[in-house]
Design a binder for this molecule. Structure first.
Ligand code: ADP
Length: 387
């Protein structure tokens, strides 16, 4: 019989949602993450792209498949050593008989590359009908994943992709000859309804791969600044000092104060990026892209953006105000998410809390108690200490 590939599904999400706003934001978040993280990371080190080495574990695994075009594709992408998730997931995904898989790891750890590889290993390019279905939570992510498929599969001249995303209509009864369909759930459903017979994807056996994104919460060294004045100058002095070190995040409780600081800092001539919840996902993506490229050194943002966003080069987070919930109690979870932006993947990070009143000191003390971690006091007159 004809060899048929599996159906593949990818969903992407961040863990532990509490409030509604962030639930709606899940898909957008995973896209933003992808934009930010252009390099592969693992838990301790950046995975180096080694010289082409035929004895490397990744190549050996792919070599066993006896699919030289796929091997070529993987080489061309500069992959050599598998990341942790790839090391664990690929043997299962490439096994015979194939198995269903649910996997979760942080953004940028090689999930996409893993399932694209698995997908391509199952596709029969000579057969002109859909054999794999890949679902993405957003339009942009679908395009981005599609690019990876095209890149890794470029040595298969017959291989074609169909994008089931908004704007791409399928006429009633129209046939799909592409081997891989990638799209968002809404359009994929629409396409299904337009097909007269036959499921959208002709897989002999349906194998499902689910990939989830995970947020890890490291606890980097925390520091606090006891401030006596609410003025920008005092806080900004610290900020300016830190600016020389690396890129940094400023977190705010409200949009209003966030835009206020962004405006103040811009007036002072600093390059500032402002990210807030009411922006469209495309706008946010553009802001993050610029920040990641280093066009701005400071990102001012509200809690909405505190979760899931990783910017590798950011080693400093400043809590301009401490996160509190609606009742004014410390929002410990958000605090952890905010400071979780730094010191990721074993890198060192610094979180600075701006404390300028008895009230905020009290909040900070309660956060300290909650985590049972001492937050050290930073001498603001001795700014060398920050470095
Ligand atoms: P995720 O889907 O988990 O966010 P990706 O698969 O997009 O991660 O990988 C992140 C980055 O690392 C991409 O630029 C990708 O090309 C690269 N990458 C993936 N696997 C490897 C590997 N084994 N070696 C080197 N780079 C890799």
């Amino acid at each position: 019989g004809r060899s048929r590939g599996p159906g593949i599904i990818k969903t992407s999400t961040t863990a532990e949602k509490t409030d509604e706003e962030e639930k709606e934001d899940r898909a957008a978040q995973s896209l933003l993450n992808k934009l930010i993280r252009s390099n592969l990371v693992d838990n301790t080190n950046q995975v180096e792209v080694l010289q082409r080495d035929p004895n490397s574990p990744l190549m050996a695994t792919v070599d066993k498949l006896k699919k030289p075009q796929l091997l070529q594709g993987v080489y061309a992408m500069g992959f050599n050593r598998p990341s942790k998730i790839q090391e664990n997931a690929l043997p299962m995904m490439l096994a015979e008989p194939p198995q269903n898989l649910i996997a979760q790891s942080q953004s940028g750890t090689g999930k996409t590359a893993a399932f694209v590889l698995a997908m391509l290993s199952r596709v029969e390019p000579a057969d002109r009908y859909p054999q794999c279905l890949c679902l993405s939570p957003t339009y942009e992510l679908a395009l981005q994943t599609g690019k990876v498929i095209e890149q890794m599969g470029k040595f298969y001249p017959e291989l074609k992709l169909a994008y089931a995303v908004r704007g791409n209509k399928l006429e009633r009864g129209q046939k799909i000859s592409e081997q891989i369909v990638i799209g968002t759930p809404g359009t994929v459903l629409d396409w299904c309804s337009k097909l007269k017979r036959e499921p959208l994807c002709l897989a002999q056996k349906n194998i499902l791969f689910f990939f989830f994104e995970m947020v890890s919460l490291p606890c980097p060294g925390w520091t606090q600044t006891p401030g006596d004045s609410k003025t920008l100058s005092r806080k900004e002095k610290i900020y300016t000092q830190i600016l020389f070190i690396s890129q940094l995040f400023f977190f705010f409780q409200t949009r209003k104060t966030a835009s206020w600081l962004a405006a103040e800092l811009s007036k002072e001539g600093h390059q500032v990026a402002l990210l807030s919840g009411e922006m469209m996902v495309e706008q946010r993506a553009a802001v993050i892209e610029r920040f990641r490229e280093g066009k701005e050194k400071v990102l001012v943002t509200t809690n909405v953006c505190a979760r899931g966003i990783d910017v590798e080069q950011v080693s400093v987070v400043i809590n301009f105000d401490l996160p509190v919930d609606k009742d004014g109690n410390p929002d410990n979870e958000t605090y952890l998410h905010r400071i979780g932006r730094t010191g990721r993947f074993g890198k060192r990070g610094l979180a600075v809390n701006m404390v300028d009143s008895k009230h905020s000191m009290n909040i900070l003390n309660r956060i300290q108690e909650h985590f049972n971690k001492k937050i050290e006091r930073l001498d603001t007159d001795d700014l060398d200490e920050i470095e």
